[in-house]
Write a protein that binds this ligand. Sequence first.
Ligand SMILES: [Zn+2]
Length: 498
Amino acid sequence: MQAAIYVRVSTEDQARHGYSLAEQRDACYRRAVSLGAASILEFADEGVSGALLDRPGLNALREAVREGRVDVIVVRDPDRLSRKLAHQLLLTEEFEKAGVRLDFLDFTWQDTPEGKLFYSIRGAIAEFEKEKIRERMTRGKTQKAKQGGIPIGFYNYGYSYDPETETVSVLEEEAAVVKNIFQWFIEEDLGVNGVAKRLNEQGIPTRKRKNLWHRMVVRQILTNPAYKGLWRYKGIDIPVPAIIEPHTWDKAQEKLREARRLWAGKSQQDYLLSGLVTCADCGNTMTGVYAKWWGVKDRRYTCRKSSQGARNRGCIPIKMILAAPVEAVVWEQVCSWLQDPECLVTAALEASPQAEEVRCELQRIERHLKEVEKGRVAILDAMAAGLLELDAQTKNKLGELKRRKERLEQRQRELAAALQGIEGAAGKLAEFRALAQEVLAKLDELNFAEKKALVRALVTQVIVSGRVSPGKQGLNGVNVTVLARIPEPGKSGNITII
Ligand SMILES: [Zn+2]
């Protein structure tokens, strides 16, 4: 490494501070050596004002930098280079552009107002330069793309790209695989998963040659317009050599859309009764699962909770009920209620607790709430009197009381709403009857989400008891009870969307 040291002392410095050139020189030499300099060039200006840029020593240093004889310049502080900030910035920029590192001895200089100004302006200039370069590059790339050039590295399976000539050409071996992927997908109805599986089975290497073909990669290939000859870069279509006929590519898109549509209809995630089913045997809610059970993969409801923290793990042996027949039973019930609204109201009143029971429960909660509040006041009084400190224990106690209060208030709200529902049930009958007429007329046109909303509007709970013998289909041995709810048009929002 070639180091250069630059030292400067003005006549004034020498006279006023007694600074000597020798002192500066020694310090700079020591630093250059500690930086690992193989050779050290020395440039000095003695008794020359720092306000001038034209100094013999400085001129020689700049010349050496231009000639590439210097890797690092050691200076006590930027003030040595120049008294003027503008000159400091000019020189440091010049040196850095030449690939020369500047090393300032005086670390405290950067904390002086001059130092702070120097660094913040340098930072701003650097940021400005970077932004300018970035902007120029983006503009260049977009310009290139508009002219049909390849603005950035084009690395797509099936092609080779030469960054030097910026040309794209077809890699025949990989292009054949791309053609197969499209053909299998369109003509053999394999699906994205099936295509990935076949590629892996045939041992066709991926570009990285170690990973397996993943369905995402297959999907990316099927949707990449580059294969029909148009590569899209920031909204600009750039022509590249085509591997697939445009109409074949379009067919694949159509098929992908179709698959999405089909899937949306009978998705593994679509459970008409999610959140509504309870297992009468273990008390757990039953959730939808799409799983293999006795060799058959299907949608089912199960009371098994596999999560670690579950208090109740569900029935043993594991209970799985086919979703479709349970949903059919519930849907039939919902339809019959729509045809006979009185029947629903009767069922709802049967299912909900009697008004008197709810009132008793509400009174009990009010008493509880008063007790909780009393406890809280007692603690606060004790603290105010200095009998109790706000330590961890007290904080815990207060927190616990607050949570209890919140729970009780929540329950209070629920019960009040239930009481209102019971008392207003008869009054809602007329409203519901009109609504039922409306819904019945459109019943066959309802989509899954609307059906689900309708079920939720009329059913509070579905209780399933018993189990199906393993391997048997249908609902033999299972009892399904559907509990009614009196819908609240407008209020619940559920049924009004239909
Ligand atoms: Zn169960």
